[in-house]
Write a protein that binds this ligand. Structure first.
Ligand code: FMN
Ligand code: SF4
Length: 678
């Protein structure tokens, strides 16, 4: 048996967990009608197949209709969830892992204008900035009803055969009672710590009575809100001790911080550029104080840190939650001595940001949440070996090369630049975001293992590609910065690419004009701010960067705030002119129906990319499919077999920004779904 501390089993009362790796609760918004159906099940079963010991499903599964879904949560107040949960639990169990669920009443952390349109409740009528509902202060008849709803939900979980459950006690209703920031009551539920604990303890008691002494109950709790208005460390630790003493709770899952604003949440779930494992020592202190089995997750992204967390006795179970979204097979790879093959979580936060836009997707693993059609382990082809030529070594091109290599084909990548990465190299120019290069580095390592050949400094012409006699060609040439939208003066614009590549150095007064609304514009703006120039960001949108989600936004804003940057909304750039050695932007204010001039030393423009597609159009007539993608087959996960030109010599695909300006996820998703069946 392995001596790796991470691979040692852990005994949680009657439950044997096969190792120390877990995925903590996170609602991926994969529910259908509020139920964890096939997609949800396959997502968790994949982690079980990948060797994880415990998967905590159903982030914030809601126990009552006046806690409507904030982001696709499981509706645990409906009996119909039981068979779905049972099917999921059976699948996870068959694959050797344990499964629990996180249950909650969101309190004020949701919206009243959803599902049943019931008023949102909280201990007191204090609005949560993040979800923006004005809650009703709970009245006498709310208490018994909500406590009973928790117990009913616990009973459903037990009936479905899960191994246990965890109460969500940070930022949600239970903690809203604990925290002085949200509990302003003057009755027996407010004031002293005893009073503030009354509601939560009543919930735990009711649930324990309902499920009996052997069913595992845990609390994911904040033991320090790290906030002058909130729960202090002393009170937090006192609560942890009280729960331990109550005998109602079998494990703790430790949180530090508060989550009522996007900035605060970004410290609880730290992303790219933040310290590794920032709250691990604190979790260890809670474990030492309480001696209860302790779980914890917060940016423990790599196996070495996870191993340290267990070996040093700080944790009993280590949460690597986003890390498993990026690679659900971590435990297996550790056990097989293949740690270097683990696809890294680069902390981009796209997964959590995207739950508010629909569903969690990992920026560079397109199989996550799509297990039904996209495999995490690409099988080898049993057909003839093909020659695949990929043009472009950005994320899309490398993903195409990797997947074609996994299929067992001969793969050649032609890249015009001296090194791989494409636009990711630009994103990584900002020191805080350099971890994004992990997306490229991992693919280069995998391509090397798979024997993919690379030719750098190779600007591919159509004849060069044809000379390689390919069976399949993938055009992943990306795009070029778009300044075509300007009526005039494009030659005076500095593109965000010029800036991030080092071709232009910002100084004096710099305007960053962002008409993309995503990371590239904010990255360029932060780069300007960090260089010490006086920054103004101008956008035609009504909010800044609408496509950058809540957990990714804060570090940018911190930088803009440090630089005292100005943000101007609702102005559309039409042209740029030179005035002496400065430049003048002419903007249109659509609401004011007027033109506005702004003078600066530099105007940086971010307006997405124009596809570099000449090569594709040159090669198109010689292809079997004439470049066409059969969308019906693509969406069903079936192979591409269209024949539009029987005399064609190769199949031709175009992916990523070479098609249209999009993002990393779009590029890798294009690549894997076209290449997985070749
Ligand atoms: C998509 C997503 C949804 C999440 N939803 C919840 C949730 O509902 N309840 C919860 O306690 N934590 C939630 N979290 C936080 C995770 O459980 C975990 O604490 C966080 O991701 C930090 O751990 P990591 O660095 O290992 O990812 C969510 C995280 C993600 C990525
Ligand atoms: S989107 Fe980013 S943070 Fe989320 S799992 Fe993927 S790499 Fe990690």
């Amino acid at each position: 048996m392995s001596s790796d501390p991470l691979l040692q089993p852990f005994q949680l009362r009657g439950l044997t967990l096969r190792n120390r790796l877990m995925s903590t609760a996170h609602e991926p918004a994969y529910t259908e009608d509020g139920m964890p159906k096939k997609r949800y099940r396959l997502y968790h079963a994949e982690k079980a197949r990948g060797g994880i010991a415990l998967t905590m499903i159903g982030g914030s599964s809601v126990v009552a209709p006046d806690s409507p879904q904030a982001f696709g949560n499981i509706l645990l107040y409906k009996d119909e969830c039981v068979p779905w949960l049972k099917e999921l639990a059976d699948d996870v169990h068959e694959n050797g892992a344990a499964v629990m669920i996180q249950i909650t009443h969101l309190g004020r952390r949701t919206s009243w204008s959803k599902d049943d349109w019931l008023p949102v409740i909280a201990p007191s009528s204090v609005r949560e900035p993040a979800h923006r509902a004005f809650p009703k202060a709970m009245e006498d008849w709310d208490f018994a009803r909500v406590i009973a709803a928790y117990a009913d939900a616990a009973e459903r979980v037990k009936a479905a055969g899960l191994d246990g459950l965890e109460f969500e006690c940070y930022g949600h209703l239970i903690d809203q009672f604990w925290s002085p920031a949200t509990n302003k009551r003057r009755d027996e539920y407010g004031g002293s710590l005893d009073n503030r604990l009354r509601f939560g303890l009543a919930v735990f008691e009711a649930a324990r009575r309902r499920v009996g002494p052997d069913f595992l109950l845990g609390a994911r709790l904040v033991c320090d809100e790290d906030w002058e208005r909130g729960l202090s460390r002393e009170e937090g630790l006192a609560i942890a001790r009280r729960l331990t003493g109550s005998g109602l709770i079998d494990f703790l899952n430790v949180i530090r911080g508060h989550i009522d604003t996007e900035e605060a949440l970004a410290h609880v779930i730290p992303g790219m550029g933040e310290r590794s494992a920032p709250h691990l020592d604190f979790a260890g202190e809670v474990r030492a104080e309480t001696r209860l089995p302790t779980f914890h997750a917060a940016r423990i992204q790599d196996v070495a840190t996870a191993r340290h967390a267990i070996e040093s006795g700080k944790l009993d179970m280590v949460g690597m939650t986003r890390a498993h979204l990026a690679d659900p097979h971590i435990a297996l790879k550790v056990a097989e001595g293949r740690e270097a093959a683990i696809r890294p979580c680069v902390g981009m936060g796209y997964c959590i940001d995207s739950i508010y836009a629909g569903q969690a997707v990992c920026i560079h693993n397109a199989a996550t949440g799509r297990e039904e059609t996209i495999p995490h382990i690409v099988p080898r082809s049993d057909g003839p070996k093909k020659k695949v030529v990929v043009v472009g070594a950005g994320p899309g091109g490398l993903e195409a090369a990797r997947v074609a290599g996994e299929r067992g084909h001969e793969v050649v990548v032609l890249e015009a630049a001296a090194k791989p990465g494409g636009q990711i190299v630009l994103a990584a120019a900002l020191k805080r975001r350099r971890e994004v290069m992990g997306i490229i580095d991992w693919r280069m390592r995998e391509c090397e293992r798979l024997g993919v050949a690379f030719r750098f400094n190779a600007f591919a012409e159509a004849d060069d590609v044809r000379a390689l006699e390919p069976d399949v060609i993938v055009i992943a040439t990306g795009g070029a910065p778009n300044v075509e939208f300007l009526d005039s003066g494009a030659e005076f614009a500095v593109t965000s690419w010029d800036l991030l590549s080092g071709a232009a150095r910002p100084s004096g007064n710099v305007i960053v004009y962002d008409d993309n609304g995503a990371h590239p514009g904010l990255t360029a703006a932060e780069f300007v701010a960090e260089c010490g120039a006086k920054l103004e960001i101008v956008t035609p949108e009504r909010i800044l960067a609408p496509d950058v989600g809540g957990t990714s936004f804060p570090p940018y804003f911190r930088a803009f705030s440090r630089a005292d940057a100005k943000v101007t909304l609702n102005l559309r750039l039409e042209s740029i002119a030179r005035r002496g050695n400065r430049v003048v932007g002419l903007f249109h204010d659509e609401y004011g129906r007027r033109r506005v001039e702004k003078e600066a030393d530099m105007i940086v423009v971010e307006h997405g990319a124009v596809p570099i597609d000449d090569l594709y159009f040159e090669l198109k007539p010689g292809s079997v499919n004439l470049g066409e993608v059969d969308y019906a087959a693509l969406l069903k996960g079936r192979p591409q077999v269209l024949v539009n030109n029987a005399s064609g010599a190769y199949r031709l695909f175009r992916i990523g920004d070479a098609v249209a300006s999009r993002n990393i996820h779009a590029a890798v998703y294009d690549a894997i779904r076209l290449m997985k069946d070749i």
